[in-house]
Design a protein around this ligand. Structure first.
Ligand code: FAD
Length: 489
């Protein structure tokens, strides 16, 4: 491939001369095979799974294009790239596997895309302390398979596990399907190594807890490449579970199911998987379960020591029945386990002209049901919306995460429809004091609501950004940290 497509939201690029000088300097630093200005590499690194990027791609356009792509092999090489980029004021966008859902990797101002995939080694397995040290370009599925071979699990299984990296998880504060027991990635990480925009290497220490001032590792969690590049992490691991119990229940109402879940969690039980589907998703995912017809399906997996699993199953069963549930046995859970990575329907719908997306938020228990109803009502009011169904899939003592799946056939411009849909979702979520994202992060698109999410806190984030990255080279235009976003217009 030699020619490149038109771009839709590109803000700037390097001049030809700047780009070729930089190419030579990067080749000297990293070696010829680890730097590319080829059209095919620039195109491959220009977008993620953000639906607008996909829609533009289907029209033959790219959101924005980098000038160069690099594949560093060590923290020191990342530091060398950032030092050089800063010296020349060139933007740098870290890239994991591009599975982000909000346009986080789009190189709005061109420059260098720093692809982490060649930093993919497991460096140390510490069986005594249940810790593993890995490089951050490691693919999620390869990471979990490695641990399973050693008799452990990382406890983190996002739906995108086959197409995401450890670094992407940390940069976006990801959540896996087994999060109710093992936690989100911010609970799983013990410490990390990161390169700051001026090339300084930060190294955290994997102590269990400390009281030594703010935990600096945490600054990089959720920073989405705007504060530096996360190159290594020490993650907590668990022995493979001795026993699993697969449980499912059908409830007459969402409210009854949410109350049963809340009471299970407040009892101290921590099933790994807790997923509650609304009526629409229940009929879509579990058509064979007759007891679930016209009801809301709850699937759970309890795992670990067999005594703990037996006790948890008993507790869950008691609360479910107290709230009027019908037990549906292990089959619906097996069905979910088989189909949990299948998202092929979205691709088909995109090609049929639909706009498809997902929106995940979180709220306290006191607002969990009302948030669902308010967001669904607001989303269905947007002209063209055909589907706004939801499920809860990550549960905590103080609340839960709510995940909407959306499909619309816009009557007019797709980008206008898309913005209206999100405005409806974000506004109704904020009105009920929900967090506008639970695990997909902010990227480019959700930056539009960062001021409403954080209020004066956004200024604090901007000051941190300015202090660490005074020249604004790291992933510019993201996370609502800059006023002028072309996508806003
Ligand atoms: C089908 C599908 C299912 C999904 N399911 C889930 C799910 O279950 N749970 C969930 O949490 N998310 C899910 N996601 C979203 C996505 O997979 C996550 O956000 C994931 O963490 C992104 O990882 P990545 O390596 O692909 O990152 P990328 O998309 O490459 O990058 C994401 C952001 O992080 C930055 N970044 C990447 N690597 C680094 C690094 N090493 N240092 C600093 N910044 C970096 C990038 O600049 C960008 O801003 C899903 C996405 C898809 C498409």
């Amino acid at each position: 491939m030699s020619s490149l497509p038109e771009t839709t939201i590109q803000e700037t690029n390097l001049s030809k001369q700047e780009s070729s000088q930089l190419l030579q300097q990067l080749r000297t630093l990293l070696g010829d095979d680890n730097v590319s200005a080829a059209a095919v590499d620039r195109l491959a690194a220009c977008r993620d799974y953000w639906p607008m990027g996909t829609l533009w791609f289907l029209e033959g356009k790219a959101p924005a294009l980098p000038d160069l792509v690099v594949w560093p092999r060590s923290t020191e090489e990342v530091a060398a790239v950032l030092t050089l980029a800063r010296k020349h004021g060139v933007p740098v966008t870290p890239y994991g596997e591009g599975s982000g859902a909000l346009g986080g990797v789009i190189p709005l101002r061109g420059g260098i895309v720093l692809d982490m995939k060649r930093m993919n080694r497991v460096r140390h397995l510490d069986r005594e302390n249940l810790l593993v040290t890995v490089e951050c370009g490691l693919n999620g599925a390869l990471y979990e398979e490695y641990l399973n071979r050693q008799g452990f699990t990382g406890g983190h299984v996002p739906q995108s596990i086959r197409c995401s990296t450890v670094g992407g998880w940390l940069a976006c504060r990801a959540a896996g399907q087994f999060s109710t027991r093992y936690g989100k990635i911010e609970d799983i990480v013990a410490s990390l190594k990161a390169v700051l925009p001026d090339g300084t290497i930060f190294q955290g220490r994997p102590v269990p807890r400390s009281s030594t001032g703010p935990r600096l590792d945490h600054l990089f969690l959720g920073s989405e490449g705007t504060l530096g590049v996360i190159t290594e992490a020490v993650l907590r691991i668990w022995p493979l579970p001795e026993k699993q119990a697969l449980l499912s229940y059908a409830f007459a109402t969402l409210e009854a199911a949410l109350e049963a879940i809340r009471r299970v969690i407040h009892s101290g039980a921590r099933p790994a998987v807790v997923r509650l589907y609304d009526y629409v998703e229940t009929s879509h995912h579990f058509p064979e379960t007759k007891e679930a017809e016209g009801r809301c399906m709850l699937v759970l997996i309890s795992e670990g020591h067999s005594d703990i699993v037996a006790a948890e199953a008993k507790i869950i069963d008691a609360y479910a029945r107290e709230h009027g549930a019908v037990a549906c046995g292990p089959e619906p859970v097996k069905h979910w386990l088989e189909r949990r990575f299948n998202v092929s329907l979205a691709s088909t719908l995109f090609r049929q002209g639909a706009v498809v997306d997902t929106i995940e938020v979180s709220a306290n228990w006191s607002n969990a049901a009302s948030l669902y109803h308010a967001m669904q009502e607001a989303l269905l009011k947007v002209e063209g919306t055909a589907l706004a169904s939801g499920h809860w899939s990550h549960v905590y003592p103080d609340g839960a995460a709510l995940y909407f799946t959306l499909c619309g056939f816009p009557p007019g411009d797709k980008a206008d429809y898309y913005k209206q849909l999100w405005e409806a979702a974000m506004t109704s979520c904020l009105a009920l004091e929900g967090a506008i994202s639970h695990h997909h992060g902010i990227g480019l698109h959700r930056g539009l609501w960062m001021d409403q999410e954080h209020g004066p806190g956004l200024e604090v984030l901007k000051r941190i950004k300015k202090a660490l990255d005074p020249d604004g080279i790291m992933n510019p235009g993201k996370m609502g940290l800059e006023e002028a976003l072309r996508w806003r217009k």
